[in-house]
Design a protein. Structure first.
Length: 275
């Protein structure tokens, strides 16, 4: 899954694709490089970000989604708003990627159920402006698993088919970016994808969104100086290989070629394992 942030303030690319023309070109480039899905979002969810109005979010994504769908790309909409998702579904997107897992907008699960589209349900504890204050866990793997299970139960109750649900552990969202120790929430979740995906006797597909995130920079901090996000692409590819080898359904990334290679390496590794 290749990322197209149609925002001026995303942590990873700083508004590089904010203009519609640039975003469309970038989305088509991601497809040409091997992305199976292009994930288009018009609202930044970086730590500390403030929400934008729904009409502004729609204004940003409309021309991009329209042109990418017209070009034959498989497109997902990255939004927490049913209003935005509804327009996108009518425009031809194939998947709804909701980082709130239906908590930000109670109408979202009903919309997804009616549309019969795949639905990414992410672990989420609150909006970006204060989400890091919620990164408090006694056992991060157990608590994230249990909170995802609650969301799965809730969206199924709204009519979403279980076979349409994809889980996302929400790396970086209300998670401490520490590189080691008991506060290394992201690493503990990555090491436990199999446990996280098993809910109610069913193994759900898992989407991993690790690309360029701050907990990767923390691995390489030099005497307090934080590594720039754009220098985390090699580390991201390593996470992609580990996630794919662990059975992840999809990885959400900013650069496709190295990550596509990592997925193929992991596939060969998995196929060679002895049963």
């Amino acid at each position: 899954m290749g990322v197209v942030n149609v925002t001026p303030d995303s942590f990873s690319d700083g508004g590089q694709w904010f203009g519609a023309a640039a975003a469309i070109e970038h989305g088509l480039e991601l497809v040409a490089q091997g992305a199976d899905i292009v994930d288009v979002g018009g609202e930044s969810t970086r730590p500390g970000a403030q929400r934008v109005p729904a009409d502004e979010e729609l204004r940003r994504v409309r021309p991009v989604i329209t042109e990418l769908v017209r070009a034959g790309a498989v497109v997902s909409i990255d939004t927490m708003r049913a209003q935005v998702a509804e327009w996108a579904l009518e425009a031809g997107v194939s998947l709804v990627n909701d980082v709130s897992g239906g908590l930000a907008d109670p109408y979202m699960p009903r919309l997804v159920a009616k549309a019969g589209t795949p639905y990414v349900v992410m672990h989420w504890r609150g909006h970006s402006h204060d989400m890091q204050t919620r990164a408090i866990y006694a056992d991060v793997v157990r608590e994230v698993h249990d909170e995802l299970a609650q969301r799965v139960e809730a969206v199924i109750a709204e009519g979403v088919e279980p076979s349409r649900i994809v889980l996302d552990p929400g790396l970086g969202f209300s998670k401490n970016p520490a590189a080691s120790g008991p506060e290394a929430h992201n690493w503990q979740l990555l090491a436990s994808l199999g446990e996280l995906s098993s809910i109610g006797g069913r193994d759900f597909p898992v989407l991993v969104g690790a690309s360029r995130k701050r907990y990767l920079s923390k691995l390489f901090d030099d005497e307090g100086a934080s590594r720039p996000f754009l220098e985390n692409d090699a580390a991201t590819a390593a996470i992609t290989a580990l996630s794919a080898a662990a059975g992840a359904w999809c990885v959400r990334v900013h650069q496709v070629p190295a990550n596509a290679d990592a997925v193929r390496v992991a596939a060969a590794y998995r196929s060679a394992q002895r049963s």
